[in-house]
Design a protein around this ligand. Structure first.
Ligand code: SAH
Length: 368
């Protein structure tokens, strides 16, 4: 092949970033815009989109569905929590599940989602499956948003080596008019609005070809009416759950308690340390010996202000340092974690050494 022609050709067809990443980024942007809590990815394949979405902090429930269990299982371990997730549990809760089954069948585990994504899925469906697909997704699951992407066959002449379809498993590839008429009809039937866009821009001068990947974003027009009628729900689960991970979260009392205890001890230790360094500095001055003296950094400035304004001064008595719980509670992180002073007391009860009246954290400094 002539070199110039070849270069021109590869320029046309090589997308940067690669097209699959642009499709996933498109979904991520949609998630950031609409902030859905529950997202299901149908035809999730190797779970790469789910892996990206688990970092979107608005999402609390993430589910994947695929008819091919093996392709899902290959990398599903990458959806498990990491050690860091246990060391620093997140404030949100997150559950990730993977199901084995077909989008042609209804299963109650697919109810209640806000966003359903079908990225490069529909062109893999046989005709009878494609016929059932709208009723399952738009009629039964009925999420507030559905995003569907599929190849645009008008772009195929610009892709070298594509004879009939882009992938041997594709059952069809639609041009823009075919996709849009199917999507408009589906939207009309199930009371959704639909807008068209895509990723993979056509080269200059060939705009008529349209995007390499065509995308339809459907928005449900009617409000959620709560749970569907029992009679409409299939009672039987037909999907098989192949993976489930519940991420550690501060919404779980056990993780919250650990986080509060560490934060209380950490804060009290810093206060104690500041107090002790002043103690040493003014060691020979009986007047100032045990008083907290703010220094120049932010932490001490803040603490100094608290001490002055609220009379919540830490103090030394004999071999013990007392750091009032009220002072610790005033620190933003402790305050945000516990919400109320009562909750703080409840969470640390029996776990942190307190003064006899329970009002201060006590450290013994005999050996320090
Ligand atoms: N969504 C993925 C890749 C899609 S490839 C991505 O964004 O990268 C299409 C996937 O759909 C394949 O993994 C295939 O196994 C799955 N699939 C095909 N028919 C299906 C059906 N009836 N129900 C569910 N998944 C199906």
């Amino acid at each position: 092949m002539d070199k110039n022609f070849q270069e021109e050709f590869t320029q046309i067809t090589r997308f940067k970033p690669p097209l699959y990443k642009q499709r996933h980024q498109f979904v991520k942007d949609l998630v950031e815009k609409y902030k859905p809590k529950k997202v299901a990815d149908l035809g999730c394949a190797d779970c790469s989109l789910l892996r990206m979405l688990k970092f979107c902090s608005c999402i609390e429930v993430l589910a994947g569905l695929d008819i091919c269990a093996n392709v899902m299982k290959e990398k599903m371990h990458t959806l498990s929590p990491l050690p860091v997730d246990y060391l620093q549990p997140s404030e949100r809760s997150l559950t990730v599940t993977l199901h084995h089954g077909s989008v042609a069948h209804k299963d109650p585990c697919m109810l209640g989602f806000d966003l359903v994504t079908c990225i490069e899925l529909i062109e893999h469906l046989e005709e009878p499956e494609l016929k059932k697909f709208p009723e399952v997704v738009f009629g039964f699951m009925a999420p507030s948003i559905v995003v569907i992407s599929t190849p645009n066959s008008e772009f195929n002449p610009l892709l070298p080596g594509v004879m009939l379809y882009r992938h041997p498993d594709h059952k069809f590839e639609w041009n823009q008019a075919q996709f849009q008429s199917w999507a408009l009809e589906t939207a009309r039937c199930y009371d959704y609005s639909v807008e068209f866009t895509g990723v993979g821009h056509p080269p200059t001068g060939m705009e008529k070809a349209g995007f390499c990947t065509q995308i339809a974003v459907f928005i449900r027009k009617y409000p959620q009416t709560g749970e569907p009628l029992q009679s409409e729900k299939p009672t039987e689960a037909v999907y098989k759950t192949v993976f489930k991970a519940v991420y550690p979260s501060l919404k779980d009392e056990k993780y919250l308690q650990n986080a509060v205890i560490s934060e209380v001890i950490f804060t009290a230790q810093i206060i104690k340390h500041r107090l002790m360094s002043k103690h040493e500095e003014y060691g020979n001055d009986p007047e100032r010996k045990f008083k907290f003296q703010p220094s120049m950094d932010c932490f001490s400035d803040y603490l100094g202000k608290l001490v002055v304004e609220n009379n919540m001064e830490p103090f030394v008595s004999g071999n013990e340092v007392y750091v009032p719980l009220a002072t610790i509670f005033s620190f933003p992180k402790v305050n945000r974690l516990c919400g109320t002073f009562e909750k703080l007391c409840k969470l640390i009860a029996g776990k942190v050494t307190l003064s006899s009246d329970g009002s201060a954290v006590v450290f013994n400094i005999e050996h320090e």
